[in-house]
Design a protein around this ligand. Sequence first.
Ligand code: XMP
Length: 316
Amino acid sequence: NWNAEEFAKETIEAIKEQIGDGKAICALSGGVDSSVSAVLVHKAIGSNLTCIFVDHGLMRKDEGDQVEEIFKNTFDMNLIRVNAQERFLGKLAGVKDPEQKRKIIGEEFIRVFEEEKAKIGKIDFLVQGTIYPDIVESMTDSGEVIKSHHNVGGLPEDVDFELVEPVKALYKYEVREVGRVLGIADKLVDRQPFPGPGLGVRVVGDITKEKLDILREADWIFREEIEAAGLNKEIWQYFATILDIKSVGMTNEKRTYGYPVVLRAIYTKDAMTAEFAKIPHELLDKIAKRIVHEVEEINRVLYDVTSKPPATIEFE
Ligand code: XMP
């Protein structure tokens, strides 16, 4: 019988053993997985851990500032925030293929770490928030890649640090239990999962600053309404995705030609399979009206009624 408290205790000991007096850096993204991993390692080696928060410009609205605030003030960790927005957007310019986008984001992530590592001095370990479904879903039985998760197998061959992946055997709900045991605030522990490549996989097709900004606004409204309705307890993940097509609409008797956003909300236990959330139509109506009213560039709001499988949770 699995026990979160035992797991935390044993894992902290195992990390102490693995890292010893070595120095580690952590890929902190503000998500549950990397946060719990960071706190486990922090408890094991204290200030020998430096957390690197790469702001790749693919975060949700205001998220970057929240991450900085929580880990600097609440947990008193060594935290370096790298503002790499332009760098990522430059690399991603014109790239439409989902796998290529994921690969670029993952590799760029690692490169940024290498640079930070060089600035800090000798670093021997890299902490990552890989969880069990990341590993399973990256491969089919025949070894075929379905989606490459940026934290699995995405390491360039020339890195010279060892990986520490404290929660790689756990499902998301187990990671949350460990988080609670570690005393991480519910607000963070209950936060919905957010993919490593961030909004990069929620801008279908090529990624531009314009689309990212539009998506951030729509996504914010959707999340705000779901939370206001108290549905965030039962819905596991809820977010917006922007498509790379435009369609015709009409505002104040004038023709518009804007982007559609797709709202996705799902029930699941472990993200391996999922069912679309049965949000009341009245609420969908209210959300759609707010989005088209408050986000000028959007003239159409779609709701995804597909389960997983055959669809995946993310669009890319
Ligand atoms: P899919 O789209 O594969 O998503 O059904 C399953 C769950 O994983 C999240 N996800 C990721 N998490 N790195 C992550 O850490 C990634 O590259 C990644 N891609 C998808 C997704 O949000 C969902 O919760």
